[in-house]
Write a protein that binds this ligand. Structure first.
Ligand SMILES: C[S@@+](CC[C@H](N)C(=O)[O-])C[C@H]1O[C@@H](n2cnc3c(N)ncnc32)[C@H](O)[C@@H]1O
Length: 469
């Protein structure tokens, strides 16, 4: 491998040695079965019928390493309907260390584009409260699209600087994930080849930001709660050094917990020193994933436990909250009555959830979600329906959520029509049903929402979607 930046080559050679550096490759495509929609055996069976070769993930029973993504899977109905999520093999490990439980209150502080958020929601079985935050509005759009595709209902999504959350929401969460912004150092070979402008000072800058985000994250954890810190960088300045600084700042308030070393040697202990400086011996309980000998993305994961309270100065900007509506609230009730009668959904089923009604959209949320933080709010739960002059139109996410309950306004397509619809986003000269909104069924499965106006059948697709099956 050619590393064009000589400072970087020297730094990495000191860190891992020349031979290891030569072994860094590209990690294969990995996916995770979305257990909110399906299970891993159903995904395996589907891959087998297509002749896609795969291996089990070494640590996550829901993960699969795809040996040849020739379809590609991002153009399959499995992906469109939220049954699978592209998710790097190493990147699945931090949430395993977090170990989210149904019904808990959890924060993902730097969440976009949401690979780990959807994994957390699945582990929570869509129950409890999951707050997702990121400072990038653009990346949050991708996150919301991922949540919608995956059928996640227990979230509120916010665009806020993570540094503030410690002062806004002290001792609020059972578990917090900080998957920190990092320099991506040594993530994979291609990425090293592109790091022409790398300077060592980048690490100091990152390390400082990471420490402030981590200190903020720690403040948001309740006493006895769990905080997981992860990066996709090999650099100890962004990993062991950040945790070491936290342990020095809060020696009585936080402790490092061991993450079991799984068989196969994928997880390696944290380093005992950063450069010439020894770090706290507990750092060896944290885990490193090296991008060799197995072709995995590099990762660092530390699991911390909050032991004592940390006094915080309240933030000068007031915290605002928004209350969700019950299914019995007058306007929500009218919307739900309309949805039930238009789409043939059992009306009683709607009573199990909380709702957020805006001018144009109806959002459905897990019942535990009674209030949400209003500051920086992007969305709450799943946008299930859009207000139209003719009534409430189900979104793709709404169709998938109610897929076992919808009994009206269904259009069945054969494979040729389906391929045409996904290729162009439309089928011209359709005219087989009266104008209006419908649900698309293929192979006994409700796939998404379609509209039929002026003899044209249309579907909204997440990207240019050449259906590959
Ligand atoms: C490694 S990425 C997160 C990836 C994400 N957890 C996932 O699994 O898809 C780091 C994220 O931190 C966000 N970020 C950077 N600075 C931040 C800040 N001050 N507060 C909150 N988020 C921040 C970036 O926008 C970026 O999305």
């Amino acid at each position: 491998m050619q590393i064009p930046n000589k400072d970087l080559e020297r730094y990495l050679t000191d860190l891992i040695g020349h031979d290891a550096l030569e072994q860094i490759g590209e990690e294969p495509v990995s996916i995770r079965a979305n257990t909110l929609m399906t299970d891993v055996d159903a995904v395996r069976r589907r891959l087998q019928t297509w002749g896609v070769r795969f291996k089990p993930h070494p640590l996550n029973p829901d993960g699969l390493l795809i040996e040849d993504d020739f379809i590609p899977l991002s153009h399959s109905l499995l992906y469109f309907t939220g049954a699978i999520q592209y998710h790097g093999a190493s990147s699945q490990v931090p949430v395993l260390a977090l170990d989210p439980q149904p019904g808990e209150t959890i924060l993902d502080l730097a969440a976009a584009p949401g690979s780990k958020s959807t994994q957390i929601a699945a582990a929570m079985r869509n129950r409890g409260r999951l707050m997702l935050n990121d400072v990038s509005e653009l990346r949050l759009q991708t996150l919301q699209a991922n949540l919608n595709r995956s059928g996640v209902i227990n979230t509120s999504v916010h665009c806020l600087p993570g540094q503030r959350l410690g002062r806004w929401l002290p001792e609020t969460f059972d578990r917090v994930l900080l998957d920190a912004p990092c320099s991506n150092l040594g993530k994979n070979a291609g990425q090293l080849e592109r790091m022409r402008k790398w300077k060592r000072e980048i690490l100091d800058h990152q390390s400082n930001l990471q420490f402030h985000l981590l200190a903020s994250a720690l403040k948001t954890v309740r006493i006895g709660g769990v905080l997981v810190y992860s990066t996709c960088s090999l650099a100890p300045e962004e990993n062991e050094a950040v945790i070491d600084r936290l342990l020095q700042a809060y020696p009585h308030q936080v402790a490092v917990e061991s993450i079991p070393l799984a068989p196969g040697g994928v997880l390696q202990p944290g380093l005992p020193r950063v450069g010439d400086t020894a770090v706290h011996t507990d750092l060896q309980k944290s885990r490193r994933i090296y991008p060799y000998p197995q072709p995995m993305e590099s990762f660092f994961v530390a699991r911390l436990r909050k032991l004592e309270t940390i006094p915080v100065r309240p933030h000068h900007e007031p915290l605002q909250e928004i209350a969700l509506e019950s299914p019995g609230q007058t306007e929500v009730r009218a919307a739900l009555d309309n949805l039930a009668s238009l789409w043939g959904i059992d009306r009683a089923f709607f009573d199990a959830f909380a709702y957020h009604l805006t001018q144009k959209k109806l959002w459905l949320a897990a019942p535990e979600r009674q209030i949400a933080l209003k500051n920086g709010l992007v969305g709450i739960g799943l946008p299930i329906a859009l207000r139209k002059s003719t009534g409430w139109r189900l979104t793709n996410a709404g169709v998938r959520f109610f897929r076992h309950r919808i009994s009206e306004r269904i259009i069945e397509l054969d494979l040729d029509d389906l391929v045409e619809l996904f290729e162009k986003g439309r089928i011209d000269n359709w005219g087989k049903q009266p104008a209006g909104y419908y649900v698309l069924r293929y192979n006994d499965e409700l796939v998404g929402a379609v509209s039929h106006f002026d003899q044209v059948l249309k579907i909204r697709l997440p990207h240019s979607f050449r259906l590959a099956l």
